[in-house]
Ligand binder design. Structure first.
Ligand SMILES: [Fe+2]
Length: 297
């Protein structure tokens, strides 16, 4: 089935653009693609931009942007969405110019998260970050991944699988620090997952992933996060399913980012869907001092 090929971009509505400008560059090591009083865009690979911050009070995910290979596939998926009862809006010339693509359609996912399919996003010279010498793992594997809201997990999984063309990678069913965790992970290219769900309310997003090319660059990012006063949520650890070695910390908007290395690739010709009984093989525990630490304002 023709489907989405990658997570193309994430748009966030943020209450403090200046804080995000400093955080994105100094902590995440991203490059600024565009910065005005009304919009901040970051890049980290050959896409013109990957993360967009728009000013507003929500401090939450404002749009998921998925890339497809061409206009024919975009039209085919839009038709499937329409037949399934999703309200699909076709982007006009001005929308495409603002987004930086040839064509786009917009819709809501089952949790109500604004989403879009785009095609014809140009590629530019690769971004080179002095803070991340090993480089970012992105390009054809997409921006990274996002763990997002789902009102009903089965409905959301069916939507992403049957309409957008994702494949289920695996599941994690366990208890984590007193909370039941029942996550499903889906992929649309070799990256183990580009999306997973559900995240706990109230936000539309729990975290997004930035992957880098060396474990040292994860350690350096942890140093930068600590130096910048980011609230560390989970110390270094390794997930059993995607095998990502990573840490989690808060963005200036309160939702989290994961910064990792070593993610496993999926080969659809030889893949068995498993259910894991743990979130991490080791680590990823909250720092013991977290509950005593004042929250960043
Ligand atoms: Fe993650």
């Amino acid at each position: 089935m023709s489907g989405v090929t990658q997570l193309s971009a994430l748009t966030f509505e943020v209450s403090d653009l200046d804080a995000w400008a400093a955080f994105g560059t100094r902590v995440l090591g991203l490059g600024v693609a565009e910065q005005t009083a009304h919009r901040l865009r970051f890049r980290h690979d050959r896409h013109p931009w990957r993360i967009e911050c728009l000013p507003g009070p929500a401090d939450d995910l404002a749009r998921l942007s998925w890339e497809v290979v061409d206009r024919a596939v975009l039209d085919r998926i839009a038709e499937r969405l329409d037949r399934a009862g999703s309200a699909v809006t076709v982007g006009g010339v001005a929308d495409c110019a603002e987004r930086g693509c040839e064509a786009l359609v917009r819709f809501l996912d089952p949790a109500g998260t604004p989403s879009e399919l785009v095609c014809g996003v140009p590629r530019v010279e690769a971004y080179v970050s002095r803070r991340v010498p090993s480089g970012f793992v992105a390009d054809d594997l997409g921006l990274g991944h996002a763990v997002v809201a789902a009102v009903d997990k089965d409905t959301s999984v069916s939507f992403y699988r049957d309409l957008l063309g994702f494949r289920v990678s695996d599941h994690i069913h366990t208890e984590f620090h007193g909370h039941v965790v029942d996550l499903t992970f889906l992929h649309c290219n070799g990256r183990h997952h580009s999306i997973a769900m559900p995240c706990p309310p109230p936000k539309r997003i729990h975290h997004f992933l930035i992957e880098v090319g060396s474990v040292d660059d994860v350690g350096a990012a942890l140093d930068r996060a600590l130096g910048a006063g980011c609230r560390i949520i989970n110390v270094l650890g390794r997930h059993p399913n995607d095998q990502m070695l990573s840490f989690y910390a808060e963005t200036p908007s309160g939702f989290q980012f994961e910064y990792g290395w070593g993610g496993r690739l999926v080969d659809d010709t030889d893949w068995t869907v498993e259910t894991y009984d743990r979130i991490s093989d080791w680590g990823h525990t909250p720092p013991p001092f977290l509950k005593h630490r004042p929250r960043r304002s």
